[in-house]
Design a protein around this ligand. Structure first.
Ligand SMILES: *Cc1c(COP(=O)(O)O)cnc(C)c1O
Length: 411
């Protein structure tokens, strides 16, 4: 099937999610294909920021811990997020960074399997996950070993020494989706626990943690959940582990009675045990606006459009730039998250040229030109226009300009 601009406009006209775009602040002239790294600002976040800073902090001051619900924000937002990831009420908190939450979850899981000495992660995963596992292993004084394996090796490597697997559901570079129910079942069969990182799935596709029997999960709110730069991550602990799983960052927010100020730590018996310290309230408050939008959308429709957008992008890129790029993402949409990763040895310069022309994606070393397709604010027309601009850059070799060769700190 070949597309022309009119066919693309017809797709947008028939899009059931089209109305969501108006709830985001997308700058004029910008085709934003980087929502898998930092989601755009919900329009409503500006007024909320003014209220939180101007009134809740500015006028009501410390009373706001009670009157504005600041103290409950981590659990309240966790409960809002829960249905998006197949979790129950009281099983999720929004707090801290993903890496910190992963550390807490891995430490809790490993402590629940004291007779086992190995944790398995994916070697090519986003490195912080592996770094955190290595830090945990170093703290264990040699008891715990980190095994880094690739996708097809993980299931076969789970054995009676495995305390836990900690796998990222959708690969940050390629967009490949792991079989969450299958790998979780395989881990459980061997007596191990399963921890899932949902950074590239939450808000982009249906996830069913409890359906899969997952033990713990973590993920970002600033990618597909549009929570804002550095907005707190989330942590899921299955209810059956509450009161059993003990995380090691035993700050006062995880205490059974934080305001009793007792000299000795005693963990809360519920999900609050996974909290550590005072939360970034401004950032948490703004994260709620991204969740408001995500919860209003039909996640099945989001996934359907995501598959259509990524399929369209691959097809148009191959038509307009034949033989120029490799495709690092799975070809079958069912196996692919909400992103497309092309490969090119000059990928960095090509991305710089794209960004200069308003098409914002990112580059992941050594050669991945990465495009995220967030269905709540992207149009089919954006895909068409982005490929148009990419084709022009490739046809004119515009990426060769010297300033595009110089690496910036953040790619
Ligand atoms: C984005 C991302 C992170 C981010 O970690 P922070 O600790 O929140 O900075 C971690 N893991 C994966 C797989 C990611 O994609």
């Amino acid at each position: 099937m070949t597309f022309d601009r009119a066919a693309i406009l017809a797709l947008d006209a028939a899009d059931p999610l089209a109305g969501f775009r108006d709830r985001f602040a997308i700058p004029d002239g910008c085709i934003y294909l980087d929502g898998n790294s930092l989601g755009p600002r919900p329009v409503a976040a500006l007024d909320r920021a003014a209220h939180v800073v101007g009134v809740e902090w500015g006028v009501d001051l410390i009373k706001s811990w009670n009157t504005a619900g600041w103290f409950e924000l981590p659990t309240r937002l966790g409960d809002r997020l829960a249905p998006l990831i197949g979790a129950g009420t009281g099983e999720v908190v929004v707090t801290d960074a993903t890496g910190i939450n992963l550390f807490k979850a891995m430490a809790a899981a490993v402590a629940m399997r004291p007779d086992r000495d190995t944790i398995i992660l994916e070697g090519s995963n986003f490195p912080t996950n592996n770094y955190m596992a290595q830090g945990l292993a170093a703290l264990s004084g040699g008891r715990l070993q980190v095994k880094l394996l690739e996708k097809d090796e993980i299931a076969g490597a789970i054995d009676t020494r495995t305390a836990a697997i900690a796998v990222t559901h959708v690969h940050y570079k390629t967009g490949h989706i792991h079989d969450m129910p299958g790998l979780t079942a395989r881990a459980h069969e061997a007596g191990a626990l399963a921890i899932w990182d949902l950074c590239h799935s939450a808000g982009a596709m249906p996830v069913d943690l409890n359906g899969a029997g997952a033990d713990f999960a973590v993920g970002c709110t600033y990618k597909y959940l549009n929570g804002g730069p550095g907005s707190p991550a989330f942590l899921f602990a299955a209810r059956r582990h509450h009161g059993q799983a003990i995380q090691p960052l035993t700050g006062w927010w995880g205490h059974a009675e934080p305001f009793a100020f007792r000299p000795t730590y005693a963990p809360a018996g519920d999900i609050r045990q996974f909290l550590t310290g005072t939360q970034p309230i401004v950032s948490l408050s703004l994260a709620e606006l991204g969740l408001d939008i995500a919860c209003a959308a039909d996640i099945g429709a989001v996934r359907k459009k995501s598959m259509a957008l990524t399929d369209l992008f691959i097809r148009l890129a191959e038509q307009r730039c034949p033989e120029m790029f490799g495709v690092a993402s799975p070809r079958a949409a069912e196996d692919r998250g909400s992103q497309v990763s092309l490969t090119h040895p000059e990928g960095y310069a090509i991305m710089r040229a794209l960004i200069d022309r308003g098409v914002i994606g990112d580059f992941r070393a050594p050669d991945i030109v990465r495009f995220g397709f967030a269905p709540l604010y992207l149009r089919y027309l954006d895909v068409w226009d982005a490929v148009d601009i990419l084709a022009e850059i490739m046809a004119t070799a515009a990426w060769r300009r010297p300033e595009y060769q110089v690496r910036e700190a953040v790619t």
